[in-house]
Design a protein. Structure first.
Length: 308
């Protein structure tokens, strides 16, 4: 069995009376694009800060490629690049110089780092800003710099903590495409986000965390089929029908001339419903489907919206 890229077992962390993590278990396979989804304060940042050695755990274990992140910290930290929410660099140096500093922390010479830095600045649209100080950059460019800083030593695992928070829609989609390109190269990516659509678009598997606990884990498709609120609504023409016999294989409710079906997979259920109604000569005026989303899943699990 392949050693997981990241393995977390029984992880707990408290800050005084605040229980930030309450027994988190998580496995991320090598090469996987994994999302940690939850509202602000759910425990996402605390989890990744423990994995990267920025915060001490209280109990549990955290391993990177089978190595303990505390006992084998040099190995585990060399494998990870993190783009944190907060900027923690010297504001007085040009961003190109800061990237050379970052590469040097991982043992790269300037000659070794130059082609990687040039490529990152170009790929992230920062080439024209290489001599600018961080304070001269817009919020979106600061986010791009954080990603460049995380990638400068070509890590096997990339951890991104809310990488698109507060950026405009165009930049968000540009960053999404870049992350998909990195994933295609075999990089393991752990993404924390409270943007539902971001997790749905990018991640192969997600874990939903709230109040320091993992509530559910699986692929976005699996979770929406299992816990979503998909349905089909059918507007009928006037007439008297015995729906109990016609639709005995379906769960539905009726409100005057409208039927609503609760189904897991509207695409496969709709033709069957239409076929049954047509056999009984039921006149259908219109039909529409509601597809489940991760937001539905989150509401079902937590009883609140992702931004509450």
């Amino acid at each position: 069995m392949q050693t997981p890229a990241i393995q977390i077992k029984g992880l707990t962390k408290s800050y005084g009376d605040v229980h930030a993590l309450q027994g988190v278990d998580m496995i991320i396979r090598e090469g996987e694009f994994f999302g940690l989804l939850g509202p602000n304060g759910a425990g996402k940042t605390t989890t990744i800060n423990i994995v990267t050695g920025l915060v001490f755990r209280d109990k549990g274990s955290t391993k990177v490629f089978g190595k303990d992140t505390v006992k084998d910290f040099r190995f585990t930290r060399s494998k990870i690049g993190i783009a944190a929410q907060e900027l923690s660099v010297d504001w007085f140096f040009p961003i190109e110089k800061l990237l050379y500093f970052q590469a040097g922390y991982y043992g790269l010479t300037q000659t070794e780092a130059k082609p990687k830095i040039d490529d990152l600045l170009d790929r992230l649209g920062l080439s024209g800003k290489r001599t600018s100080r961080l304070r001269q950059l817009s919020g979106g460019m600061k986010r791009r710099f954080q990603i460049a800083k995380a990638l400068v030593h070509d890590p096997d695992i990339i951890i991104l903590d809310e990488p698109t928070a507060g950026v405009d829609v165009e930049l968000r989609h540009d960053l999404w495409q870049y992350l998909r390109d990195l994933h295609a190269l075999g990089k393991t990516i752990l993404l924390t986000t409270h943007y539902i659509e971001e997790a749905e678009f990018l991640c192969e598997n997600v874990a939903i965390i709230n109040n320091g606990k993992i509530l559910k884990e699986g692929s976005p498709i699996e979770l929406t089929r299992e816990l979503g609120t998909a349905g089909i609504s059918v507007q009928l023409g006037h007439g008297e029908y015995d729906f109990d016999s016609v639709l005995k294989d379906f769960s539905y409710t009726q409100n005057e001339n409208k039927l609503h079906f609760s189904v897991k997979d509207p695409d496969s259920a709709m033709p069957k419903i239409i076929r049954q109604l047509s056999k009984a000569d039921v006149h259908i005026q219109s039909i529409e489907s509601k597809v489940s989303s991760l937001e539905d899943v989150f509401l079902n699990l937590t009883g609140k919206g992702i931004n509450e």
